[in-house]
Each structure stands twice: as C-alpha cells, then as structure tokens.
Design a protein around this ligand. Structure first.
Ligand code: MG
Ligand code: MG
Length: 258
C-alpha cells in the first residue's frame, strides 16, 4: 500500500524534515575531538523538543536514544554512549523527528577534525550517489532507477553498497512502503508517482559490502572493519524533478566556518 500525500501534507513533511536538518546543523559545531556521542544526543533531543518536535527514534522498536551515531566502521544504528570522538574519526549521525504528526528522517556523515584522504573521498562519493539517486526520483520512473544510479556512482569510485539496509517511504509512519534499495536494475520496482515521499539513504563501504550486527542488537558494522558512510534525504516525488524536503545547507554552513 503506497500512501500518496497531498501538496499540503508534503508541506508538513517538509517542516518535519527541515527540523531534522536544523537539528543536525545545531550539533555540527560540537563535532570535534573530545566530545562524546551521548553529549551530541542530549543536544539534539533538547533542540528537537524546544522546537515542538519529538525524537522519532527514541523508543522506536526499543531504540534507546534520539540519534543513531555510527563511528568509522559502524554503518548505521550506533547507540550514543560515552565514546569520545577523536581526530580522524568519521561519524554518521541519523536523526528522526515527529512534528505535527509527520516524520522527518535525515543522516549526514561528519569528519572529526582532519580525516584521511581516502575516507574523505568515500564521503564525497556517498553524498554524490545520493544526489544521483535524487535525480532519478521523478514521476514515471521506477524505484530501481534510483537504486541503479546510487550503485553505479558508488561502485565507480571503487566502493561497495550495503545490501541489508534500504531507504523507505515516510509519512505519518517512519517507515512506509516502498523499500528503496541502494542497488538494483533500471526499470524495476514500483513506478513512482506524484505524492510519494521517500527517504533515499545510501550506506556505502570503503571495503567490502558485508556487514555484521553487534551484540547490542542495534549497531551494524562492516565485516572487514573498514569505514562506512551514510547520507539521507527525504524527497517528494513530482513530475519533472523531485522536491528535496531535507537540506544539508545549514550543516555545511556550520562546517565551513569551523
Ligand atoms: Mg535515517
Ligand atoms: Mg531512513
């Protein structure tokens, strides 16, 4: 069952997703060596609640925190803790909110201080693979067109695409149909129509694609221990061009001043 949104509902989803974008920008300036991931989590929760939202991940399936903080070889679903960030780490921060009953969900992978050039290139490719996917997210295309575009870009850089976790529809629920894999073939999957709202979220590994789940029941890591990057946008399908409901602009304004 696909839930098509009216223009008004897409507007509400934009507000929810903009709150996520602003939350990630709020914590961006604190992402430095010496800060714990739990500190970032507390900042995010306060910012979301101060702006009328509710953290969407906290309690979702039993997840204990506001953010997913996944460092280095952690792919996604890392739990904020007393881990202290150090120079050269990367950290994927995934954040979800509920605002006026509608969900927002976005992720960005940050560099902690100066990072290795090979890892920087992984981050760039992952972000560009997301943008390539967005370009295919138009009415009349199929989900597989997005999947193919993401995979083609990631693999052209020599990277691999995580298979076990995928993007998703979003609306009054955090995860709605359809699934949006980051690998696949053109012309396959559901046909997109105006009013669909989906999260595209490539998870791209520097090494091999295989992942393992940690004993905490949440954290997913790369099997080979090499770094992984993750960027996520919510986009509303429309004719001609997708409406991106998320922005990295606020985050990057902060980063560029650091
Ligand atoms: Mg997310
Ligand atoms: Mg998501």
């Amino acid at each position: 069952m696909l839930y098509l949104k009216t223009d008004e509902e897409v507007g509400l989803l934009r507000e929810s997703n903009m709150l996520v974008s602003r939350t990630l920008a709020e914590i961006a300036s604190f992402i430095k060596p010496g800060i714990t991931t739990l500190y970032l989590d507390n900042l995010a929760e306060k910012y979301i609640r101060d702006h009328g939202g509710v953290p969407a991940f906290k309690g979702y399936g039993g997840f204990p925190k506001t953010l997913c903080t996944s460092v280095n070889d952690e792919v996604v679903h890392g739990i904020p803790s007393d881990y202290v960030l150090k120079e050269g780490d990367i950290i994927s921060i995934d954040c979800g909110v509920i605002l006026n009953g509608w969900y927002g969900d976005s992720a960005y992978t940050f560099a902690v201080g100066e990072i290795d050039g090979n890892v920087k290139r992984l981050l760039e490719y992952t972000k560009v693979s997301l943008e390539d996917g967005v370009r295919e997210a138009v009415a009349g295309n199929r989900i597989g067109d997005i999947s193919y575009a993401v995979q083609a870009r990631a693999e052209s850089g020599g990277y691999s695409v995580v298979r076990e976790l995928v993007g998703h529809g979003i609306g009054k629920r955090l995860h709605e149909p359809p699934e949006v894999p980051n690998y696949g073939r053109r012309g396959t999957g559901s046909k997109m129509e105006k009013g669909m709202v989906i999260c595209i979220e490539p998870m791209i590994n520097l090494g091999k694609k295989e992942t393992v789940q940690m004993k905490d029941g949440w954290t997913i890591k790369t099997a080979d221990g090499k770094p992984s990057a993750h960027f996520e946008y919510a986009v509303a399908i429309d004719k001609g061009e997708a409406k991106v409901l998320t922005t990295f602009k606020f985050i990057e304004e902060v980063i560029n001043k650091m």
